[in-house]
Design a protein around this ligand. Structure first.
Ligand code: PLP
Length: 391
């Protein structure tokens, strides 16, 4: 006997993975250059060269037992201090090392935070479009998963629907900005309006409602400000990851920030550490903690993504495709011509152009493309986009 939910999650690949695998098979048949794969968000710019240099330095100047040994369960002090210093410098956050839990990337951090906040009968609210894994993470933690329909066409927040979704059962709202899949960055005005709404709701329901700010794309913004959410709403728990910001998705490193001002901070922090412990997820990779201790200040060089973004946005808009302005991350979320994104994705697939329908992101009728691909592939794929919209 096996657990039914776990079995179903493991046995059924996500639509994104399916498309990606299909792309690999097609490439073997028709040639790599004839498949236009926009399915998977794997960074296509290398990590800053300082990251590799730092690995060598750490290996050269640190005792091997320390490099490869267990660290403190919540992470090395030096790593937490470097992150706190960086946030203080950039956002005047007033952070100290005790407020951080070093995790293995945003996914397990979200799992720990949701588990920490799960009370019987509680729910968590996500704003469409949202990262599809939120649903299994929340449900596995024992929280009901509620979805706020999208604010079309800007993909900011649909406040009318959000207001209806929040109740005395609501433990948290998950935010993701810059957003996967829309590429939209929530403005300061949007976040301030959200903070006012939550403050009102907290008065009604008599317990904190936390924002869980999922921030793997925080550093991927093109000429716009990404507001620092804890400075706008103090009951914010940040889940950060270096997967995209330093192009390190396979290394599994990030952090949870539980700010000093957070309501019930000590208990929330202990519950996050406890939830991570129960999941067997403590002591993030030690070498990577030591690298981050020296590289927390690094930012990616976004030139290649920005070039891709401009080419796609300008070309597709000129062809008649409609999408919100993609100011961040590396995604475009496009209205499917004809209205049915699954059908559009099928037509596109028949021409070896792989795009992901928006249903899994809580947003049918749209499809996502990831532009962390080569500029040349984008140029070669444009005539196919043109054919598809004409058809
Ligand atoms: N949250 C969002 C919005 C993502 O897009 C991703 C990965 O693509 C994750 C979380 C998981 O990131 P990580 O690789 O840090 O676990």
């Amino acid at each position: 006997m096996v657990n039914k939910t776990a079995y179903e999650l493991g046995a059924n690949r996500s639509c994104i993975r399916d498309l990606f695998e299909y792309g690999r098979q097609r490439a073997a048949v028709v040639g790599e250059e004839n498949v236009y794969d926009y399915s998977l968000g794997n960074p296509s710019i290398p990590s800053p060269k300082e990251v590799d240099e730092t690995i060598r330095q750490v290996l050269a100047d640190t005792d091997s037992l320390l490099v490869h040994g267990y660290t403190s369960a919540v992470g090395d002090y030096a790593t937490r201090k470097a992150i706190a210093d960086d946030l203080n410098e950039r956002y005047n956050a007033g952070a100290s090392p005790e407020e951080f839990f070093i995790g293995c990337g945003a996914a397990p951090e979200l799992v720990a935070v949701l588990r920490a906040l799960a009370v019987p009968g509680g729910d968590v609210v996500a704003i469409a479009p949202y990262f599809p894994e939120y649903k299994p993470f929340a449900e596995n933690a024992g929280l009901a998963f509620k979805v706020v329909p999208p604010d079309v066409p800007s993909f900011q927040i649909n406040f009318e629907e959000l207001e209806k979704a929040i109740s005395h059962k609501t433990q948290a709202i998950i935010l993701n900005s810059p957003n996967n899949p829309s590429g939209v960055v929530y403005t300061k005005e949007t976040l301030q309006k959200l903070a006012y709404l939550l403050q009102d709701k907290v008065m009604d329901c008599g317990h904190p409602i936390y924002i869980i700010s999922d921030e793997p794309y925080r550093e991927l913004a093109y000429g716009v400000e990404v507001p620092f959410v804890p400075n706008i709403y103090s009951d914010t728990i940040v889940c950060y990851s270096y997967s995209k910001s330093l192009s390190l998705p396979g290394e599994r490193i990030g952090y949870v920030y539980v700010p000093q001002m957070l309501s019930d901070r000590k208990r929330v922090y202990a519950a996050i550490a406890g939830a991570a412990r129960a999941a067997g997820h403590v002591c993030a990779p030690s070498l990577w903690q030591k690298v981050i201790a020296r590289c927390a200040h690094l930012r990616p060089d976004l030139e290649a993504y920005d070039r891709n973004r401009k080419l796609l946005y300008e070309s597709l808009t000129a062809m008649g495709y409609e999408m919100a302005k993609p100011d961040g991350a590396f995604y475009l979320f496009i209205k499917a011509p004809g209205g049915d994104a699954n059908l559009f994705s099928e037509y596109a697939k028949a021409k070896d152009l792989l795009v992901v329908p928006g249903d899994g992101f809580g947003c049918p009728g749209y499809f996502r493309i990831c532009y962390c691909v080569s500029y040349d592939m984008i140029k070669r794929s444009l005539p196919i986009f043109e054919e598809l919209i004409k058809e």
